[in-house]
Design a protein around this ligand. Structure first.
Ligand SMILES: [Zn+2]
Ligand SMILES: [Zn+2]
Length: 374
């Protein structure tokens, strides 16, 4: 029995199951809930992220057993709360963020919870309705389902003046991109910024840089449509990397100085090297993109352009060093104030049955974020 006196009960609901690599099907799943420390969410919107696609495409599910429910950013309405959950009530609008500080790793113990080494939500226990076999949720959160139990530590109440379906991209795309700028790199007013890769996360970084009052915000991509979105979301300049040498172009846009901050939202060796080569004296490059296993970079350290002379820094952010409880209400407030455009961030909407189209858009590189609408 939970604090409100409600018995834990059995639920059956539809979920988009990844049954094998690249194989999605909507099936019925069951669970008991909500367990202590969980909330039950009636989903409104859930974003399709590159991390989902990495698992979707991987021959071994990236180490998670099939079948599984993907989806780690989204929003919904609280349908029930488990024992010990005090920050959410039935009927609240909640946004889900994919980072939950563990509280016990070395980083958490020294008070740096934004850089928790073991950030992970506690997975709910879910079964296939047809045979009772276990269903996994990578990262501890699986939101591609009509009704789903979620670790309450990952669910944040957002005031209901914003329609709940608008909050679907806060938990990963916005938290990672804008968080990389505001929390990881701490871009200052008047700084010059370049963002390489203008997918959902790169465009959120551009919005973060504009909100931080950066002087110049230079967007770099291979795709003219994405550069057009970047201009709409706050880029002051764009560089089409198919047409010119990115580093040369950025130097010419900054009076040959380079940028104070570069953000690499691709995850490739070549773009990380570019992110370093485009920095001004004392500048910082931040890696956001997930690099493939075994990849490496070569960085000059000696000579006039070497890191020793230029005192440049290469750093890494995981998920924008996000703390959902703190960050998601802040991003919601930035949306209310007109400093964060959540509407343009959603380029496509699909139903749960058509989730695969979200991955098709990602592969075709013609989307910002595809949202599953419930
Ligand atoms: Zn994600
Ligand atoms: Zn930790």
């Amino acid at each position: 029995m939970d604090r409100s006196g409600a018995m834990s009960k059995s639920y059956q609901t539809r979920a988009a199951l990844l049954a094998a690599p690249g194989q999605l099907a909507v099936e019925e799943v069951t669970f008991e809930g909500p367990a202590p420390g969980q909330v039950l969410l009636r989903m409104a919107a859930a974003g399709v992220c590159h991390t989902d696609m990495h698992v979707y495409d991987s021959p071994d599910g990236r180490g998670w057993d099939f079948p599984m429910i993907l989806g780690h950013e989204g929003s919904g309405v609280v349908e029930a709360v488990g024992e010990g959950v005090n920050h959410l009530q039935v009927g609240d609008n909640a946004a889900v963020g994919c980072r939950v500080p563990c509280g016990s790793c070395a980083m958490c113990q020294r008070g740096d919870t934004r850089r928790c080494m073991a950030s992970s939500a506690i997975s709910p226990s879910i079964q296939l309705a047809k045979d009772g076999s276990a269903v996994n949720v990578p990262m501890g959160i699986g939101l591609f389902a009509d009704l789903i139990p979620v670790d309450a530590a990952a669910a944040v109440r957002i005031e209901p003046d914003i329609p709940v379906e608008k909050l679907g991209t806060l938990g990963c795309a916005v938290m990672t991109g804008a968080g990389a700028v505001l929390h990881s790199a701490r871009v200052w007013p008047g700084a010059t910024v370049a963002v390489i890769g203008c997918g959902g996360i790169g465009l959120a970084a551009i919005q973060g840089a504009a909100a931080a009052n950066a002087d110049k915000v230079i967007a770099v991509d291979l795709n003219e449509q994405k550069l057009e979105w970047a201009r709409r979301l706050g880029a002051t300049h764009t560089v089409n990397a198919t047409e010119s040498d990115t580093v040369t172009e950025i130097r010419s846009l900054t009076n040959d100085q380079g940028v104070d901050f570069s953000f690499e939202a691709v995850g490739s060796s070549a773009t990380v090297e570019q992110a370093m080569a485009m920095l001004a004296y004392g500048g910082t490059a931040t890696m956001i993109g997930f690099p493939p296993e075994g990849s490496s970079v070569t960085l000059p350290i000696g000579g006039p352009n070497g890191m020793f002379r230029t005192t440049t820094t290469l750093t890494v952010t995981h998920g924008g060093d996000g703390l959902p409880m703190f960050d998601l209400p802040l991003f919601a407030q930035m949306y209310r104030d007109g400093r964060l455009d959540l509407d343009t961030m959603v380029s496509h909407e699909v139903s749960l049955e058509n989730l695969g189209e979200g991955f098709d858009h990602m592969r075709a590189s013609d989307s910002i974020r595809t949202i599953v609408r419930f």
